[in-house]
Write a protein that binds this ligand. Structure first.
Ligand SMILES: [Zn+2]
Length: 185
């Protein structure tokens, strides 16, 4: 037996010709009698339903716009976390006897993600390393097209104290662009 569709306006069982229209993706069926009513009268009958559809559409839009952010890390912690994790990477390379850190931004992004638990992308590494270079905290050697860059701190050049003063000053002023996106849960 075929499913019986009631008229959305009056609830009468639909027979014969029926009129279908859609409101915000919800199909509304009208019986012949209701479909023949003047528009304002039809609207009055459908008003409660249209209000419900409007409210539900609004709630869906609000839910989509509501992004959850993790709370174990604050926005202000993002820059020191990334900076120290990056400097640690360089230090570890040097402790292992390498002259500097040589890696692609994608690889560095993966390492920083593992160390900070933040979803670091190559773009973030680019922002970070450019800012650190401009802040005189690292020297960046060009690897050439398709080759990874090399990174070294300016600690030896500046002296330990001046270097860490520079790091402190850097952290006061620098913010990762769109940093809140790094806290999306
Ligand atoms: Zn009807």
């Amino acid at each position: 037996m075929a499913e019986v569709t009631p008229c959305t306006a009056c609830g009468a069982e639909l027979q014969g010709r029926k009129s279908l229209f859609e409101y915000k993706g919800v199909p509304l069926w009208l019986c012949e009698r209701c479909a023949a009513l003047p528009l304002s009268q039809r609207f009055d009958m459908l008003k409660p339903l249209i209000r419900t559809i409007d409210r539900e559409a609004k709630e869906r839009a609000a839910a989509a716009a509501r992004v959850a952010y993790r709370e174990d890390i604050t926005e202000e912690q993002i820059e020191p976390l990334l900076l120290h994790a990056f400097l640690d990477l360089i230090q570890e390379r040097k402790a292992a006897g390498k002259r500097e850190l040589v890696a692609t931004m994608e690889t560095i992004a993966t390492w920083l993600s593992e160390r900070t638990t933040l979803p670091v992308k190559a773009q973030h590494v680019q922002y970070l390393t450019l800012a650190l270079r401009d802040g005189l905290i690292i020297d960046v050697g060009g690897g050439g097209i398709g080759r990874p860059n090399s990174y070294d701190t300016t600690e030896a050049k500046m002296g330990i104290e001046a270097f860490w003063d520079q790091v402190d000053a850097f952290l006061i002023v620098w913010k990762m662009p769109n940093r809140k996106s790094l806290l999306e849960a």
